[in-house]
Design a protein. Structure first.
Length: 90
C-alpha cells in the first residue's frame, strides 16, 4: 500500500513534478493527479499502483510501510542509499 502523502513526499524527494512521475511510471498524468488527491491509502488498479511504486524504486526511493524498521515506525519515504550533496539518483 502507498498513501497519497507518500507519493507526494517521494516525488518531492526526487524533485519531480507530476508530469515527470507520469512519464517515469508509464501512468497517465490525470491518474497521478487523482492518486495524489486521494485521502489515506491510494486506491486504484493494482498494476497502476505497482508501476508507480516501481518507478520510485528504480529512482532510488524506498517507500516505508507501517512498522517498517525505522526510528519511529511510521510510514514515510527515504533514499535507498546515501548520496553526496547535489547527487540525484535520476
Amino acid at each position: 500500500m502507498i498513501t497519497a502523502a507518500q507519493m507526494r513526499a517521494a516525488r518531492a524527494l526526487l524533485g519531480l513534478d507530476q508530469r515527470q512521475l507520469a512519464e517515469l511510471s508509464g501512468v497517465s498524468l490525470p491518474t497521478i493527479q487523482r492518486m495524489e488527491a486521494s485521502e489515506g491509502n491510494v486506491r486504484g488498479v493494482v498494476d497502476t499502483l505497482a508501476k508507480v511504486v516501481d518507478a520510485f524504486d528504480r529512482a532510488g526511493v524506498e517507500l516505508l510501510g507501517d512498522n517498517t524498521v525505522s526510528r519511529e515506525g511510521g510510514r514515510g519515504v527515504r533514499f535507498k542509499q546515501a548520496f553526496s550533496p547535489g547527487d540525484r539518483p535520476i
